[in-house]
Design a binder for this molecule. Structure first.
Ligand code: ADP
Length: 527
């Protein structure tokens, strides 16, 4: 008796602790623990709790039928339903383990009833058969319901893990975005909700985490492009979202507050799903105000320095030229050689300062053209002759017959052509043959300068028109230069509404081409 008492108190202790520990650790309430629905997704299945509770139910049923109802033989009738409910509850609470654990004392209790009610003969057989059938039904129900509960738990757990992973991913992404030195905006195409990182709000000086419609309506900011107010329809992110445009390095001015205008460099792109439908758009905003100020100061300095240098160098050039003309007539060969070297260097210096001045004028938008109507074909012929004369080691051929009349800055076009011709000879160390062609193509004149020199590889071809870009030779001869000539030429041609490009093959040569719009009325020779 004492032993069975200790067994039951121990069991009770385990049942309570098996409930209390998850209650504390999982921060659940008792009601939550008892409610099988709120336990869905928790894959902790108790054995003690269903066992003890079912035993308590059986004892309760026994006491109820013998002491309160005083009809011990009628117990089976309601015990069937009460215990069926208990098994279903525990199968749903603790899975297959809970259902089967509850079935065990239930079947034991039925056997107890058969023994204590002293059934005999036919009654005993029926009672035993019923117990067997009920045991099978209970086990079947415990397994099916328990299996369903466990499957549900698994699905819910997977779902919870996936959701938590997504939430963690979102948090990680947000943290990374907030650490970026650039502003990032993301707009969803469905609800037009905007997400922004901290930097975006700092750059734009306002809270952005709203939706696009509200942002469009708000009047306390203004974007400008080329000093004109930018319609919200033309915001890069709106174009990316509605038109699917990819915007690369677009520069706008943004009035953050009164007297606080910042320069922004904006990239934007649509985000598409597998069916290529736009689901969102992302925009990267970079505050380049300081960068631009620094660049402006640099340009101002180059402009000022080249202006300051130009006057003494021009005088120097004149002095050297006069010295050269005097020495040319004298028998002093050494002196003449020295002055020739000096003259070449001063000319080179003069060219460099002029290029620097041109670049700074282009940068500050001060490169002005003095346009006039002239014959391009005649200008080309004259320049080819002069070049051929000054470079007797070269072989420059001119092909073209059509008279070409253009309206442009003759000096600047001359500059472009001389630059292409000088480059063609400079970058052809062994073969000094150059072919210049010109022709009419529709309303345009096309001029090509072909050499058979070192050529330019594909990667470099895109970059050679950039400011200060020079191809660094990986082997062999190195060439002097600052990488400004082609940049200046491209800007001049652009200002004339023409275009300039290159076709080239490494070690085979290059062909530089440029076009200029033709003047409709042809002129007579005026070069
Ligand atoms: P640079 O003063 O260096 O010649 P440019 O702007 O005129 O500057 O040319 C830029 C670069 O393009 C050069 O460094 C050179 O590598 C390449 N390049 C220009 N013309 C030719 C050519 N005809 N053949 C091969 N490379 C050329």
């Amino acid at each position: 008796m004492a032993a069975s008492f200790t067994f039951f108190t121990n069991l009770w202790y385990y049942a309570v602790t098996s409930m209390v520990i998850p209650l504390h650790s999982g921060k659940q309430t008792l009601l939550n623990y008892l409610n099988p629905i709120s336990r869905l997704g928790i894959r902790k299945y108790s054995f003690i709790f269903p066992l003890l509770c079912t035993v308590v139910v059986c004892v309760g049923l026994e006491l109820f039928s013998t002491k309160i109802l005083a009809k011990p033989t009628a117990t089976g009738m309601y015990a069937i339903f009460v215990l069926l409910g208990t098994i279903i509850y525990f199968a749903f609470h603790d899975g297959i383990k809970g259902g089967l654990t509850a079935t065990l004392p239930t079947v034991g209790y039925y056997i107890y009833i058969i023994v204590t009610r002293k059934y005999e003969g036919r009654q005993l057989v029926v009672a035993l058969e019923t117990t067997l059938i009920l045991a099978i039904v209970y086990i079947f129900l415990a397994v099916i319901i328990g299996w369903l509960k466990q499957s549900l738990d698994r699905v819910i757990e997977q779902e919870t893990v996936a959701r938590m992973d997504a939430e963690n991913g979102q948090l990680r992404l947000q943290t990374i975005l907030n650490q970026l030195p650039v502003g990032v905006l993301l707009v969803d195409s469905k609800n037009l909700k905007i997400e922004a990182n901290t930097q975006a709000e700092l750059i734009l000086g306002r809270r952005i985490r709203t939706d696009l419609k509200t942002l469009r309506k708000s009047k306390n900011h203004l974007s400008l492009k080329n000093a004109k107010p930018l319609d919200p329809q033309d915001w890069p992110i709106v174009r990316a979202l509605h038109k699917g445009e990819t915007i690369v390095s677009e520069q706008i001015e943004y009035i953050r507050k009164e007297d606080d205008v910042v320069s922004l460099r904006i990239n934007a792109a649509p985000i598409r799903n597998r069916n290529k439908e736009i689901i969102a758009a992302v925009s990267i905003i970079d505050d380049i105000t300081q960068e631009k100020e620094l660049e402006k100061r640099k340009d101002d300095f180059v402009n000022m320095a080249s202006h300051e240098l130009k006057t003494p160098i021009t005088s120097l050039k004149l002095y050297v030229e006069s010295l050269f003309s005097q020495l040319k007539k004298s028998p002093d060969e050494r002196g003449l050689k020295t002055v020739t070297g000096l003259k070449n260097q001063v000319e080179r210096l003069h060219e460099l300062v002029n290029e620097l001045l041109d670049v700074s004028q282009i940068q500050t938008g001060k490169l002005h053209l003095k346009k006039e109507v002239f014959r391009l074909d005649e200008l080309l012929a004259e320049l080819v002759d002069t070049m051929q004369y000054s470079r007797p080691d070269s072989q420059i051929k001119l092909i073209g017959k059509t008279p070409l009349t253009v309206f442009g800055d003759k000096f600047r076009i001359y500059q472009v052509f001389i630059n292409l011709l000088t480059n063609a000879l400079k970058y052809s160390p062994t073969n000094k043959k150059v072919i210049v062609r010109y022709k009419k193509a529709g309303q345009r004149a096309i001029v090509t300068v072909q050499d058979f020199g070192i050529g330019i590889d594909k990667q470099q071809r895109k970059k050679i028109f950039e400011r200060l870009y020079q191809v660094i030779p990986t082997s062999g001869k190195s060439y002097t230069g600052l990488g400004m000539g082609l940049y200046i030429s491209q800007q001049i041609i652009k200002k004339h509404h023409g275009s300039i490009w290159v076709r080239s093959e490494k070690n085979k040569g290059s062909t530089f081409c440029f076009t200029l719009p033709l003047k409709k009325q042809p002129l007579r020779s005026n070069v």
